[in-house]
Write a protein that binds this ligand. Structure first.
Ligand code: NAD
Ligand code: MN
Length: 363
């Protein structure tokens, strides 16, 4: 059996309640998959900052870089008022580990037990560039030469390399999804395999223009010839995404648009407790639920573990273990569809542990 070493970074709040569920899922995978897991517990977060003066210890970064194949990140709290010396460890981790893609699948499961905002199922993936665009954080402020007050500027940087890399992984994801849907149990077989390139190159002809033309070129590769490639300007993309989310398959976007679109898409599926993500790099893949540390429900044992459990699936998918990922996705979908163990965020009564146990039984 192949052994994968997984770093566990629970962080703060409910991160500490859902990451153990993620670990339990990995430990409970059927042995027929031929996978074994080794775990290493790692610190990060605001509580760690308060106790030791750093939110992201070097040891965490080094262990992830040198020892780990994958990682699971829970959530961290960020104080509302600026605290000297504190910066969010997740942003730093994405940079330090070169996690160039943020992949967020949004999928509804229709269940008698709870209502989703959308009555027909959504099944889409947003692939967000994770390293550049306005997030290079090169800002400056200077006096306005033409009047009182100041002028603030930020650099929006787009490169051929990062655009090609993100478009390529979006194409790979769409091709893989197309293959999955061809399996006999594929419920969405009628859906067209497609990548939608999002940009605003009608206004930003150089930056978004480069993103658009590079993505077009990358997705014209023979490997993607079975995919429909289309593009959409980001404002009308928001409109159509909210009006007709069922239409979309894979959406690829520069950093900022991807950030906004993916939070919007998460709202369409019903609860933050359902939405997973993977941060993908060349050397490591980090699964991460999209929600935060949820201080309002911390310590009550009612956090929905589904986002984290699905993030375990995402991590495995990008560690080239699609069968293991599918076992997890299917167990989650089945549990939600049957609707016996549903957590309070979806209107049910089940605890974190009960939802986890239900999914483990189905693996
Ligand atoms: P949040 O995601 O923590 O919570 C928003 C709402 O959703 C809350 O009512 C919460 O109870 C609910 N919720 C979230 N996850 C849930 C789950 N798994 N099960 C059931 N209910 C769930 O967002 P927030 O309240 O805006 O932020 C709280 C803290 O988390 C802040 O300090 C913020 O900075 C941090 N945060 C961290 C991340 C991250 O680590 N990536 C992301 C977002 C927010
Ligand atoms: Mn965001």
């Amino acid at each position: 059996a192949r052994t994968l070493r997984i770093g566990l970074i629970p962080g703060d709040g409910i991160g500490r309640e859902v990451i153990p569920a993620g670990r339990r899922i990995l430990e409970s995978l059927p042995s027929s998959l031929g996978l074994k897991f080794d775990f290493v517990d790692l610190d990060a977060g605001y509580e760690h900052f308060k106790a030791f003066g750093t939110a992201l210890p070097e040891k965490t970064v080094e262990t992830l870089q040198k020892e780990c194949d994958g990682a699971l990140f829970g959530a961290v709290s960020s104080p509302t008022n600026k605290v000297a010396g504190y910066t969010s460890p997740i942003v730093a981790l994405r940079k330090r580990l070169s996690l160039y893609a943020n992949v967020r699948p949004c999928k509804t499961v229709l269940s008698p037990a709870f209502r989703s905002p959308s009555t027909s199922p959504i099944d889409l993936v947003i692939v967000r560039e994770n390293t550049e665009d306005l997030y290079v954080k090169e800002e400056k402020t200077y006096p306005d030469p033409n009047g009182d007050g100041q002028i603030a500027e930020a650099i929006k940087r787009i490169s051929t390399q990062a655009s090609r890399r993100i478009a390529t992984i979006a194409g790979e994801i769409a091709a893989r999804r197309q293959k999955m849907r061809q399996k006999p149990n594929g419920e969405a077989a009628q859906k067209e395999a497609m990548v939608t390139i999002t940009h605003k190159s009608n206004v930003l002809s150089q930056t978004d223009g480069l993103f658009r033309s590079t993505a077009r070129e990358a997705l014209a590769a023979p490997a993607f010839s079975s995919l429909k490639i289309e593009e959409q300007i980001v404002d009308s993309m928001v409109y159509k995404l909210f009006l007709q989310p069922q239409y979309y398959d894979v959406i690829v976007a520069p950093n900022l648009y991807g950030d906004l679109l993916s939070d919007g898409a998460a709202a369409l599926v019903g609860s933050l407790g359902l939405v997973p993500s993977a941060n993908v790099g060349e050397d490591i893949v980090m699964g991460e639920p999209c929600h935060g540390s949820a201080p309002d429900i911390e310590g009550k044992g009612i956090a929905n573990p589904v986002a984290t459990i699905r993030s375990v699936g995402c991590m495995l998918e990008f560690l080239n273990q699609p069968e293991a990922a599918d076992v997890i996705y299917n167990a989650v979908d089945e549990g939600l569809r049957e609707g016996k163990f549903i957590s309070p965020d979806l209107g049910g009564k089940a605890s974190t542990e009960e939802v986890m146990d239900d999914i483990v039984r189905r693996l």
